[in-house]
Write a protein that binds this ligand. Sequence first.
Ligand SMILES: [Zn+2]
Length: 116
Amino acid sequence: MEGRQRKHCHCGKLCRVQTSWTDSNPGRRFLVCPLFLMILWCYGEGARGCCFFEWFDPEMCSRSKDIIPGLLKNRGKLEQDLAQLRSREKLLWGFLFLSWIMLISMMVGGLRDNHH
Ligand SMILES: [Zn+2]
């Protein structure tokens, strides 16, 4: 970022650098008006600033466009797998606990039978 000339928007303010996370431009930075709120577009209540918009990073090559959304999806899948593993582990502990209870009740029952 340093060394590169930061642009000014139509209000004359120094532009803010934002990072895009859309599928078509993942991780690509762009410049917007510092007063402009991303959620409230150029119209609507509370919208301030101008609609200045310019890409800060050069356009991505098609390869990184293909790869980065995949990486983001993979991360989501990994988290899903982890959650699945955790619930499986819980189930396993449940089984272990149950088998212990059964073993203990069998032992207690066996001792009782020996007394008779
Ligand atoms: Zn502006």
